[in-house]
Design a protein around this ligand. Structure first.
Ligand SMILES: *[C@@H]1O[C@H](CO)[C@@H](O)[C@H](O)[C@H]1NC(C)=O
Ligand SMILES: *[C@@H]1O[C@H](CO)[C@@H](O)[C@H](O)[C@H]1NC(C)=O
Ligand SMILES: *[C@@H]1O[C@H](CO)[C@@H](O)[C@H](O)[C@H]1NC(C)=O
Length: 187
């Protein structure tokens, strides 16, 4: 009995170690803005090392975003190189998350990333120049994903009860993989 328990505990620990070696590396970013609302857009990835690349994005808003809505879809590349829907397809108002009227997990995840890496770190509305610097996908913020290439598709709109204005789409390609270790460190 005790031996079985020990084996169980060890395998849990090992699983945790393996889990922590998974990285979510940014591979590519594509930004498709609606030019009547969003201008002067740049989306760039800066490679840091084998496991990390950082996102730097800039844009100017033509007019303030009053009620930003976000649709987050996750797609996974399959064996025939097509992106297929993968579990997550959600829509939420980011202001509801910012103003703590909504504690939706993916909303909180995005809000944590925005607070950490962007100047969109305040309450709504958003206006003027928006930027992210050295943005990174932190694996501890995400549920565990299997290995593979994922597309996080984020569609932004400005919506009220009668009207929905498309702002743009950001596609973030993320490779979920085991961390590539420094060769000197591997035994
Ligand atoms: C975009 O950049 C140009 C040149 O710097 C500037 O004149 C213009 O006002 C910018 N657009 C917005 C919406 O801020
Ligand atoms: C928001 O971000 C700006 C620019 O990065 C920073 O100067 C400011 O202190 C941040 N504000 C909050 C409330 O975190
Ligand atoms: C919704 O937005 C449209 C376009 O910005 C505006 O004309 C309309 O008055 C707004 N409606 C409400 C209920 O705020």
């Amino acid at each position: 009995m005790q031996f079985a328990l020990l084996v169980f505990l060890c395998s849990c620990l090992m699983w945790q170690v393996m889990e922590s070696q998974m990285v979510y590396k940014l591979k590519k970013i594509e930004c498709n803005p609606n030019p009547s609302r969003v201008q002067n857009v740049t989306c760039r990835l800066k490679p840091i090392n084998w496991n990390v690349a950082e996102a730097n994005m800039d844009c100017d808003l033509v007019e303030p975003i009053v009620r930003p809505m976000i649709r987050l879809q996750v797609l996974k590349k399959d064996y025939s190189n097509q992106f297929q829907p993968f579990l997550i397809d959600v829509k939420f108002g980011i202001c509801d998350v910012v103003e703590k009227r909504n504690f939706f997990p993916y909303g909180l995840m995005l809000w944590k990333l925005l607070k950490r890496y962007s100047n969109v770190n305040h309450s709504c509305p958003f206006s003027g120049h928006l930027s992210t610097r050295n943005g990174n996908m932190e694996s501890e913020l995400l549920p565990p994903f299997p290995e593979g290439l994922f597309q996080f598709r984020i569609t932004f709109s400005d919506s009220n009860s009668t009207n929905s204005d498309y702002l743009g789409t950001v596609k973030i390609y993320i490779q979920v993989m085991e961390a590539i270790k420094n060769k000197k460190k591997t035994a």
